[in-house]
Design a protein around this ligand. Structure first.
Ligand SMILES: O=C(O)CCC(=O)C(=O)O
Ligand SMILES: [Fe+2]
Length: 300
């Protein structure tokens, strides 16, 4: 398998709000903050057994590997529905599978869990109504994407380790972005420079996120996530500082996504084939430009 060009993400034990805003949030620079969740009871309370006891009988939808299904699919059908407790047993025992639960608002079902964490005073503009949980089995992954609403995300880890690979927006040209979406067509679980040659020029970051750690993912940052063990995380969101990003985020959600759904409904395969072709053609253009610049430089 080919290797991406990646460097480590900064890690801080403690950080003041001022330093965080100045060095990371306003620069759209990711950082791992070890103290973010230090006061949370969640770090002690949210064991698999506790969650099984509290909500084990709830029915949940489990999803499989997106890119196995179809890189241009708009929505992936659930692989199966099961009891939450039964799924948590898989995670607890590190049973390998592709199965995940995403954007789960467990707090609507069990509001008492809201007492176990807070929104630390490190940023402003918390979107307090949208705390989401993400669960994944050992070996599952989340395809390369950035969040459509362009909010900042603070992702706090529980239970096991997740490998997180990030790219700034400046790298989009190398990432095979499918038009009208915030997803990449490239499968990073099997990096193949022959199939996706522009990927070799992408410069990113990587960190293995451990229980107790929180990763700040700035708005618009591309993320690819691999569950090395069965694990779960809580993701808290805050508004982007930039008015342009806030407007773009709303525009993505209310216009672009709707248009994509609409075109997909009416044109199906023709629409998805067009998106994939466009993603590849754009990356090919970039490669050709780079090659031309390289040849011109040689002539000088
Ligand atoms: O950790 C995951 O499963 C996905 C997280 C994610 O994509 C997000 O928080 O935006
Ligand atoms: Fe995401």
């Amino acid at each position: 398998m080919d290797e991406l060009n990646l460097r480590p993400i900064d890690i801080v034990d403690e950080i003041s709000k001022e330093d965080f805003l100045h060095h990371y949030q306003r620069q759209l620079r990711p950082v791992v903050i070890r103290s973010f969740s230090k006061d949370w009871n969640a770090n002690r309370n949210w064991t698999y057994d506790h969650l099984i006891q509290l909500a084990g009988k709830e029915k949940v939808k489990l999803y499989g590997k997106w890119l196995d299904h179809d890189p241009t699919a708009i929505e992936m059908p659930a692989t199966k529905e099961t009891e939450f407790g039964e799924y948590l047993e898989l995670l607890k025992n590190d049973v390998p599978s592709d199965l995940r639960i995403f954007l789960f608002n467990l707090f609507k079902l069990r509001p008492e869990l809201l007492k176990d964490f807070n929104f630390p005073d490190i940023t402003d503009g918390w979107l307090k109504d949208y705390p989401y949980m993400f669960f994944g089995s050992a070996g599952s992954d989340v395809r390369l994407h950035y969040d459509i609403d362009l909010s900042h995300v603070f992702i706090s880890q529980f239970g096991g380790t997740k490998r997180i690979t990030l790219f700034d927006q400046s790298q989009t040209k190398y990432l095979y972005k499918l038009p009208f979406t915030t997803h990449s067509a490239a499968d990073l679980s099997e990096i193949n420079f022959e199939k996706y040659p522009a990927l070799k020029f992408a410069q990113g970051y990587q960190h293995d996120l451990k229980p107790g750690e929180t990763l700040f993912m700035p708005s618009g940052v591309w993320h690819y996530i691999q569950y090395l063990d069965g694990s779960f995380s809580l993701s808290l969101r805050s508004l982007s500082d930039s008015n342009l990003y806030r407007i773009k985020g709303a525009y993505n959600v209310f216009v672009i996504r709707k248009l994509d759904y609409f075109l997909n409904r009416y044109y199906k395969r023709t629409w998805s084939d067009f998106k994939l072709k466009r993603a590849i053609a754009k990356a090919t253009e970039i490669l050709e430009e780079r090659e031309k610049t390289r040849i011109d430089m040689k002539k000088v």
